[in-house]
Design a protein around this ligand. Structure first.
Ligand SMILES: O=C(O)CCC(=O)C(=O)O
Ligand SMILES: [Fe+2]
Length: 382
């Protein structure tokens, strides 16, 4: 937290992460780096959830949601040892022989291993799949339970305890902590919209949540040649809570430029997904982002996708609809929304045909107006 400025402590709500290391200072652009690699003031504010002035926190959060849909959560209450243990186990998991990982391939419930380059988040611009491998873990739903009949629900594909005895306890502890943080953020989001703090709680009882350890290979991305750690996409769901190993790479599309989100040790990068954008009738933003690997080293990150339950009705909130701003979308459900997003981006998927939909729970959507100029700055368009 020492290298970060807090945006919620009441004073300067325009404080952002990065400081000099990101190429800008309190005065704005430092003029020495291409604009695409600078952090515009207030682009991704740090929000200290432990700050005593909750009204200021809520105001900062609402501003971040309207401006960029991204913020850095500090003072979040997740114990660092829980995060460290999870990263330690992730490293062990990805270090297993490919043969062992392939025995845990992603199943129809969106749980299990996704090999290197299996996913292409931005097929229009990518010449190869994302240079990353991953594992999906969801909320544990026992086989045979009524919930297990739902798409995207079922038991997890756990690494065999004989290979990785510490994995499941570490993942379950992390899952619990991330869920607690998710619920806490939901309450602040509700307040930021002028709603009762508990407004969203009923939709998340229980949540549909996915934890996805990711390992990016050391290969440097080459945007000009269509090679990315993760292609540009928006997240499908409500809220993503991301931890990283401190390596750079995450970029957000803001104001027509790709803006680096500098590593924020001990904090989480949070972003809103398409579902919350829909719920708020476009008031809160779901913003394109991507991973451009530059370090020449592997990179580990850990997104937690926090979604409402499958049957939750997602309908433009009355507070976000005005005569000038009529509802943009008809009501839907969280499950239908996720499966529809999936169908829109995955050839061959038939919505509702059968229990299916691997990938949707941690889903993302590609596209949008963007430039491929990794180090450029000027908008190149498509
Ligand atoms: O690895 C990262 O920094 C971002 C990953 C991401 O955007 C995603 O998995 O949706
Ligand atoms: Fe994402």
């Amino acid at each position: 937290m020492d290298q970060l400025n807090s945006a919620s402590s009441g004073g300067d709500l325009a404080a952002t992460v990065g400081g000099d290391a990101a190429g800008w200072d309190a005065a704005g652009w430092d003029g020495t780096r291409p604009q695409a690699f600078q952090m515009p003031p207030a682009a991704v504010p740090v929000i200290d959830l432990s700050a005593p002035d909750e009204a200021a926190t809520v105001a900062a959060l609402g501003r971040a949601c309207r401006d960029s849909g991204f913020f850095i959560a500090a003072g979040h209450g997740v114990p660092q040892p829980v995060v460290d243990a999870m990263f330690d186990q992730m490293r062990r998991l990805f270090a297993l022989p490919l043969e062992d990982k392939m025995k845990m391939l992603q199943d129809e419930n969106n749980r299990g291993y996704t090999p290197m380059a299996e996913e292409t988040l931005d097929p229009e611009r990518q010449t190869r799949g994302d240079t990353k491998e991953g594992f999906y873990f969801g909320r544990e739903v026992p086989a045979g339970s009524p919930e297990a009949d739902l798409p995207l629900h079922g038991p997890n594909v756990w690494p065999p305890p004989a290979l990785l005895p510490g994995f499941r306890p570490a993942a379950e502890a992390y899952f619990r902590e991330a869920s607690t943080l998710g619920h806490r953020l939901l309450r602040l989001l509700a307040l930021s919209l002028g709603l009762e703090p508990a407004h969203f709680d009923r939709y998340f009882d229980p949540p549909m949540a996915f934890l996805r350890p990711l390992r990016y290979g050391p290969e440097a991305s080459s945007p000009g040649e269509g090679v990315f750690g993760a292609g540009a996409h928006t997240d499908y769901g409500m809220l993503t809570i991301l931890a990283t190993d401190g390596s750079p790479g995450l970029q957000v599309r803001l104001g027509g430029a790709w803006v680096e989100v500098p590593p924020a040790p001990g904090c989480f990068v949070c972003n809103l997904g398409d579902m919350l954008e829909r719920w708020t009738n476009g008031l809160y933003r779901s913003t394109l982002h991507r991973v451009v690997s530059t370090s020449g080293k592997e990179r580990f990150s850990l997104p937690f996708f926090f979604e409402p339950n499958f049957s939750a009705v997602v309908e433009a909130l009355p507070c976000c609809v005005t005569p000038d701003r009529p509802a943009r979308h008809p009501p839907t459900t969280a499950g239908a929304h996720l499966l529809e997003k999936y169908a829109a981006t995955h050839a061959g998927y038939q919505q509702g045909a059968e229990k299916s939909g691997a990938g949707a729970g941690g889903g993302r959507e590609n596209g949008g107006d963007q430039s491929d100029g990794g180090g450029g700055g000027a908008e190149e368009g498509r």
